[in-house]
Design a protein around this ligand. Sequence first.
Ligand code: TYM
Length: 371
Amino acid sequence: METNQNERKKVIFSAIQPSGTITLGNYLGALKNWIDLQDDYDCIFALADLHAITVRQVPANFRHNTLEAYALLLACGIDPKKSPFFIQSQVPTHAQLAWVLNCYTQFGELQRMTQFKDKSAKHADNVNAGLFTYPSLMAADILLYQADLVPVGSDQKQHMELTRNIAERFNGIYGSVFKVPDAYIPKKGARIMSLQDPSRKMSKSDENVNGYVAVLDKPEVIMKKFKRAITDNDACVRYAEGKDGINNLMGIYSCVTGKSFEQIEKDFDGKGYGDFKTAVGEAVAEHLRPIQERYNEYIKNKDYLEKCYTQGAETAYRISVRTLTKAMKKVGFVPRAHNKSRLTNIINCQIFTHKKAETLKCVSTFLLCIL
Ligand code: TYM
């Protein structure tokens, strides 16, 4: 893509919850596109751990899953030098803007969210306020970075529409504060379905482990899951209405091989479902193999992970605090007074630890906040 040197690249923001297994659905619907878009856009990515506590988490598992997800996303191809990649709870601006946006989001709007209806039915004993106001936090995540595009699977479409409505409402009252973002939903892979019930989306919270493929599943497990995938009695590999199981497998195969549906139909003309399922399993296992290898390296290197997420959080804070400060000023909050001694403290502390680059970043953030 040729870009004029002075032309601003479009900004992409997206996030994933680090609760439990990351599935092939997450990968094909979202993560693969994050990676593919990194060169042509200014990308920033997050692990949405604040979102994850809307469902009760076991603390030790939660910490482990968050680090595992961080390592896995690096292994999928996020390059933290190109795309700041951070853990949401380490950047306080998200919770701060979320509160403000909560006050510009209507009860009725939140009540209409299908994800809220689904999750509150599933966790009937814990229908907490966070589960209800989850979309305003998601809106804050996106709007803080003035994102133009948000690559997500189709299940996030409704949350994206609400984000746009909140941004337009706020801008309508206070002038142009937020960029109104568009969802980036891929043509292929936007909704990968369960292998056991192709009328439902593939989900990490599926109680039947054969319903989903985890990105970290071993090749033999992947093969077994595809061989058990529910199909139909037609025994002909073609994309057609009413063949949800086969359509889903064709979608997955097409995403990982790059082949069109016509090509797949030609390649499997006269062959049975057994052959096709084996081919899909092999292609998926082969596609995930290098990711799994890289993951095994990253997860051992805790220092590197810590360096990446700390750096990511610093950059994310520096960018997001500008939008937060602007939004709060517009609402009419009294800006916090910054005194000289605080600035001197920051400089002394950073110089003491020989972090010159950080000192400059801190001073510029500080000055931006005052101005
Ligand atoms: P989450 O963690 O449920 O899913 C992460 C991404 O994976 C996509 N996805 C799928 N795509 C295709 N087929 C599937 N079966 C499938 N399952 C999941 C999701 O659409 C998503 O893109 N609310 C978000 C996390 C979030 C976020 C944000 C996303 C928090 N803040 C800001 C974008 C921007 C969520 O729960 O995704």
